[in-house]
Ligand binder design. Structure first.
Ligand code: URA
Ligand code: ZN
Length: 361
């Protein structure tokens, strides 16, 4: 059974060129007065200050395909389904977005073709362009042999994933059987982290802001009836669904007890959160412990979970470490959550991805 990593990012060369050409977020720059010198990646406004050391270090592991393959070899990963890392193309001016999306997607397709059998990808949509251009890119992506869906964040066309203006895009994705890999970026408003937030590094936004952002985005999709209008639309939700598996019962109960929804006739004839979790949602296994993974398996089924690493984020802090703990925590969680059920564990490590993403054996 192959090991497949469905949550693994790159900034392909075409995208790096863009980041290096800018000095407002998102951008890549070196700050000669910074203690560790080297290039820094600044992708959030909150990271763009001296107190947050201007983002994070960025090296070849973000853009050099050889580094991706070396990482895969070290961790016995046979196939990676790479996705552009956040913030994707959300920030591009509308008039250049469609052209840039084609360039970036072609660059990713080229990298996959040059490493046949080892790399597949999720494409990226020009969401700041017109809806027609976005639909055109969805259709074009189906002609690129290594593309297996699209990655996107939670902002949609600018007002979230419950925006009815997204319907033609959801319709095209459903028709072309393209999976959405839904991934967070924007987190929660900084005010929730309090006055001492910068004392805590990136922990609060990454550990909590990211998964809550995802959970809210999926719940808004569900409340706005996206899956009633597009019953075959499939979404791979990052980080084992944020907190969705844990909170599904509470979301379902809040819907069932909401007088406003009842008055609007939205409580009857609706699909339950549980039904959507089992029919439209896939979850990655990027949750780092068996407790969360068991909730994800209970909610969606072991046949809908897929192993991931989030490489190149979360490298070991010990520069001499060969194996990445952020990877082994996830693979150990799979073994531990499934007990002795080797067949189900192997499926999560790769068999499910091969089936769901139609990867040739
Ligand atoms: N931090 C990010 O900005 N993106 C990821 O995917 C993981 C960590
Ligand atoms: Zn990620």
């Amino acid at each position: 059974m192959p090991v497949v990593d469905v949550h693994t990012h790159m900034y392909p060369p075409a995208y790096m060129d863009l980041l290096r050409s800018r000095d407002t977020v998102p951008y890549v720059k070196s700050f000669p007065d910074h203690p560790s010198a080297g290039d820094r990646l600044i992708i959030l406004p909150a990271e763009d200050t001296a107190s947050t050391s201007r983002g994070r270090p960025i090296g070849k592991e973000y853009y050099d395909v050889k580094e991706k393959l070396a990482f895969m070899d070290t961790h016995d990963i046979d196939v990676s389904v790479i996705s552009l890392a956040n913030p994707w193309l959300d920030w591009l001016p509308p008039d250049s977005a469609a052209e840039t999306a084609r360039r970036v997607n072609d660059d990713v397709e080229r990298m996959c073709a040059e490493h046949e059998g080892r790399l597949y990808a999720f494409g990226t949509l020009p969401l700041s362009a017109s809806v027609e251009h976005v639909v055109e890119e969805i259709e074009r992506l189906t002609t690129l042999p290594h593309m297996r869906g699209i990655v996107m964040g939670t902002s949609g066309l600018g007002s979230g994933l419950d925006d009815p203006a997204l319907d033609p895009i959801y319709a095209a994705l459903e028709k072309e059987k393209q999976l959405i890999f839904l991934h967070p970026h924007y987190g929660l408003p900084n005010a929730v982290y309090g006055e001492r937030a910068s004392d805590y590094g990136h922990v609060l936004p990454l550990a909590l802001g990211f998964p809550l952002e995802t959970t809210i985005a999926v719940t808004r999709m569900l409340l706005s009836g996206v899956w009633d209008r597009f019953p075959e639309l499939n979404v791979l939700v990052a980080h084992s669904g944020g907190t969705l598996p844990f909170l599904a019962g509470r979301i379902e109960s809040c819907i069932a007890h909401d007088a406003h929804l009842k008055k609007e006739g939205k409580i009857t004839n609706r699909r339950s959160v549980w039904d959507i979790l089992r029919k439209n949602v896939y979850l990655d296994a990027v949750i780092y412990a068996d407790v969360g993974l068991k909730a994800a398996i209970d909610a969606s089924g072991a046949d809908r979970l897929m192993f991931g690493t989030d490489h190149p984020f979360f490298p070991p802090l010990d520069e001499n470490a060969v194996e990445w703990e952020s990877v082994t925590l996830n693979s150990k969680a799979v073994k531990s959550a499934l007990g002795g059920n080797k067949e189900a564990a192997d499926a999560i490590m790769g068999g499910n991805a091969a089936r769901i993403l139609r990867l040739p054996s």
